[in-house]
Ligand binder design. Structure first.
Ligand SMILES: Cc1cc2nc3c(=O)[nH]c(=O)nc-3n(C[C@H](O)[C@H](O)[C@H](O)COP(=O)(O)O)c2cc1C
Ligand code: SF4
Length: 595
């Protein structure tokens, strides 16, 4: 290993105090300087951290933003969500690879640049987008792609690229209580301290606040369960992985409302007496790391982090930021915890749940960015106030990330109970044939359902709201989502590992016009197996969009079938015909010649 590499590795490992649970952060930092993790780097890291080299290999292979082969000085990844596809990402990627005279997914001959695709980058309201060395460039156009190609050909360092290209808008189109109210850092915590831990928890209970990350679990129950574990060390994690395609509301909260997010963490930490805090930030949001670090530093100065926070003797708490490295599954809370511990993000077997046995086996509360932000409203206004907002048992407001076929995509905050029709009108959607609420793992709604309401009891959503009009084909949407799940399955359990790939292949076959009714019934069957037998939420929900669209958009599938008869698609006689003619055999056809 050359001296430079050695000193880079050593200095990064020192920065993280040689802690092996910081392995992913260590690899991210090393890669930022050396562009990829070579075998020599692995050996040195393994030796320094006293861990197996194999473990490092398994980590590098697991995360899509870590590389074990040279990737070049410029690593370009086009976002490949359905909304990016609708905005022409493929044509722009082709333009770039043609201009640079390289093949997609292959390093250029001079070793400087690679171009490939990645999952959603959380910029669906301003796509098509790409990442260059993990930094996002939204609103790509043909002209911009040409300028990017110029910079790469002229080997202009990334720091010298026009900074305006990297500018990301909040795009807030509709504000309700959370996005419109003024907030001063420390005020919510002071209110909670004033009434004391028990009363604050009682307020959270009264508010009926449910988690906004997807599962809709009551925030008060998580906190109470953690308290019940006793007086030992406890952990609060802010889940800022936001990998569900079509979701970008956490990005906006972390950009323009970060004080609320971090103060929400303080409120949980105060209530459960936690001392350790993490923000798990998705790698695609690398641009938010620095501003968040600055905020945390300021809070330390203001005694809002550190020892005896705001004079409360037994309130000692600090927060670290951990970067994700491109794995959707790490949004699942136990996979996230594994990742925080420096391992591949494979979901744990539950129980035990994180509230009793989470990070380093310590009681841990994991909450979504929006859930934490809402806690500040409850601290300031009280639980009774909060519970009056919303609809039935869905109290409060919900932020939607709206994208797709509408005039004004962006961020919309609604009180629960609003109808889908109202949302479509507000964002200027016309001739809508389908809305995918909650991302690929959510619900696909057809027009006859647009009177349904946004609510945990009716149409729940972690935040994504993708609109498709009558110029779209539902199979394009399903094809994109099935590719996403097959790519993101962590491979831990068979129903999901095999099921997502089978679904992807069958959809591909139908898409290309060679499917039959047999394939449709197979899709249903595999979807049900995945739902019933998968280990975690990814596999359990991966078939949902298939089953939904097979019911609601069946003609769209059937029109693509090679035949509407129920015949399996593999024809043994036809496949053997050539060999038979070579061998000069005239066998009777096999009775049932299809499989
Ligand atoms: C595959 C998968 C991905 C997930 N991704 C996220 C995510 O990006 N952000 C999030 O907050 N929750 C995500 N969740 C839900 C978390 O597991 C967890 O329920 C949530 O962070 C709890 O926070 P809450 O109670 O505030 O909603 C995901 C779950 C699954 C199964
Ligand atoms: S369901 Fe899928 S993502 Fe979840 S553990 Fe199994 S293989 Fe991994």
């Amino acid at each position: 290993m050359n001296q430079d590499c050695q000193s880079i590795v050593e200095s990064v490992i020192n920065k993280y105090h040689s802690k092996s649970d910081h392995l992913i952060q260590i690899l991210i930092d090393i890669q930022a300087q050396l562009t990829y993790i070579s075998n020599e780097t692995k050996a040195l890291v393994a030796k320094s951290l006293n861990i197996e080299e194999n473990h490092i290999s398994s980590v590098v292979e697991f995360y899509s933003l870590l590389y074990n082969k040279p990737v070049g000085q410029y690593r370009l990844l086009f976002a490949n969500n359905i909304t990016d596809q609708m905005l022409g990402n493929q044509a722009l990627a082709n333009q770039l690879t043609k201009r640079l005279k390289i093949q997609s997914n292959k390093l250029s001959k001079d070793g400087t640049v690679s171009v490939d695709f990645t999952s959603c980058t959380g910029l669906c309201d301003q796509g098509p987008a790409l990442l260059v060395n993990n930094l996002a460039i939204p609103k790509l156009t043909s002209e911009l792609v040409d300028k990017i190609a110029d910079n790469i050909e002229n080997k202009i360092p990334l720091e010298k690229w026009d900074q305006a290209w990297f500018s990301i808008e909040d795009n807030i189109q509709k504000k309700d209580h959370l996005l419109s109210s003024d907030f001063k850092l420390g005020d919510a915590l002071k209110s909670a301290i004033k009434i004391g831990r028990d009363n604050f928890l009682a307020n959270v209970k009264t508010s009926k606040l449910r988690g906004r990350g997807g599962a809709g679990f009551l925030a008060s129950i998580k906190q109470a369960s953690c308290i019940e574990t006793g007086d030992g060390k406890k952990v609060v994690i802010c889940n800022a992985d936001e990998g569900e395609p079509g979701t970008f509301k956490d990005r906006v909260l972390l950009t323009s409302y970060p004080e609320r997010v971090v103060e929400g963490m303080l409120l949980v930490a105060y209530t459960i007496k936690a001392s350790i805090g993490f923000i798990y930030l998705r790698g695609e949001y690398t641009h938010l790391r620095k501003p968040l670090l600055n905020l945390l530093e300021q809070m330390r100065k203001d005694n809002l982090l550190g020892k005896s926070i705001l004079g409360v003797n037994d309130f000692n708490f600090d927060i670290e930021i951990h970067m994700g490295a491109g794995a959707y599954i790490c949004g699942e809370e136990t996979a996230l915890i594994e990742s925080l511990e420096g391992k591949p993000g494979k979901p744990r077997i539950r129980p035990p749940f994180p509230v009793t046995c989470g990070y380093q086996n310590l009681p841990t509360v994991v909450n979504n960015v929006e859930t934490l932000s809402l806690l500040t409203l409850i601290a300031i206004n009280g639980g009774d106030w909060f519970k009056k907002i919303g609809y039935r048992n869905s109290t409060g407001t919900k932020i939607l990330s709206i994208s797709g076929d509408c005039e004004t995509p962006g961020i919309y905050e609604y009180q629960f109970g609003v109808t889908i029709q109202q949302i479509l009108e507000d964002c200027g959607a016309k001739n809508t044939i389908a809305v995918q609420v909650g991302g690929p793992s959510g619900i696909c709604l057809a027009p006859h359902e647009f009177s349904r309401r946004l609510a945990f009891e009716d149409v729940p959503s972690a935040g994504a709201f993708m609109v498709f009009n009558n110029t779209r084909h539902i199979l394009d949407v399903v094809r994109n989502f099935s590719g996403f799940f097959a790519h993101e399955s962590c491979g831990f359990c068979t129903p999901c590992r095999v099921g997502t790939t089978l679904v992807k292949n069958i959809i591909e076959k139908i898409y290309k016009g060679s499917g039959t009714k047999y394939e449709l019934s197979e899709l249903e069957r595999i979807g049900n197996v995945m739902n019933e037998a998968s280990h975690c939420g990814l596999g359990q929900t991966a078939g949902r969009v298939i089953n939904d669209t097979l019911i609601k958009f069946r003609p769209s599938y059937e029109r693509r079938l090679a035949t509407t008869d129920f015949i399996p698609s593999f024809n043994l006689d036809a496949s053997l015909a050539k060999s038979r003619s070579f061998a000069g055999r005239e066998d009777e056809p096999v009775l049932d010649n299809t499989f």
